[in-house]
Design a protein around this ligand. Sequence first.
Ligand code: NAI
Ligand code: A1CAB
Length: 280
Amino acid sequence: MSKSTKIALIGAGNMGGALVAGWLRTKRSGVTPQDLIIIDPAPSDVVQALIEQYQLRHVATATAKLLAEIDLAVLAVKPQALEKTAAELAPQLPAQCAILSLMAGITMTRLTTLFGDRPVVRAMSNTAAALGAGISVCVANDAGSAIETLATRLLKVAGPVEWVNDERLIGAATAVSGSGPAYVFLLAEALAGAGFAEGLPRELADKLARQTIIGAGALLAGSDKTPQELRRSVTSPGGTTQAAIDVLMGGGGGLPELVRQAVSAAERRSRQMGAEPPGR
Ligand SMILES: NC(=O)C1=CN([C@@H]2O[C@H](COP(=O)(O)OP(=O)(O)OC[C@H]3O[C@@H](n4cnc5c(N)ncnc54)[C@H](O)[C@@H]3O)[C@@H](O)[C@H]2O)C=CC1
Ligand SMILES: O=C(O)[C@@H]1CCC=N1
């Protein structure tokens, strides 16, 4: 497909908005404002601002006429809204239009059942995409290999793009990197709460926890060392960190075992969502 690929974004909330912002901010996405149609009855404030700034075409519900020239439909509605969205959209989508789905849990088979046989790429990104600091893991159906280059170009604005051949791995990627930012935010909450419990003023505890996670992320980003090596460089034998790590690694497998169970629960939920009847 050429650089003037026409794209309809269906669902312009957190994830859809992150991608659109990236496409318009980054020339190498190849997406111009004229290439885009936003379809969403209630786009996020971020997208509403982009619609106004770039004079993007925006409608609440698509019509066949509007979609006639569309090459790619990017699906970014909540899985619970999929059936309704498909009922509105599928009859209007031109035969040549491919699908790039950002939705958790929704399999490529389900998408072709709802939207008809067409090239499909399923991608799992995360909300750090908004800063270009996300990561996407993708899989394509047989017909979808034709749009792999396009999908990679579009998703690269959100961060690195990885491809897998086995669709089942998208559930595991969802559990690690799709949901992962929430685990880190929970750690920030817990660390701030613990600091407060130790007597720090609330605001200072919040600031220390936030900046510590930002700093640790920057060390991960800027160093060739593994997370384990970085952890060891903080941990003096018999020191304060060691005392804390002994607790975190202790009883019943500690934090690593808890994270393993959490990731396993998210992966399981991803598979359930794929199998769920409409509307749940
Ligand atoms: N938020 C996250 O961290 C991540 C979300 N995802 C996936 O991205 C998808 C979207 O999630 P969010 O952006 O967080 O949700 P969101 O709620 O922020 O955005 C969804 C948007 O869809 C719109 N919408 C609802 N029904 C529609 C319809 N019939 N036609 C057009 N637009 C419609 C809503 O108005 C809303 O703006 C989900 O499927 C989720 O699994 C994937 C990775 C990470
Ligand atoms: O919680 C969810 O289902 C979505 C998918 C990954 C992050 N948020």
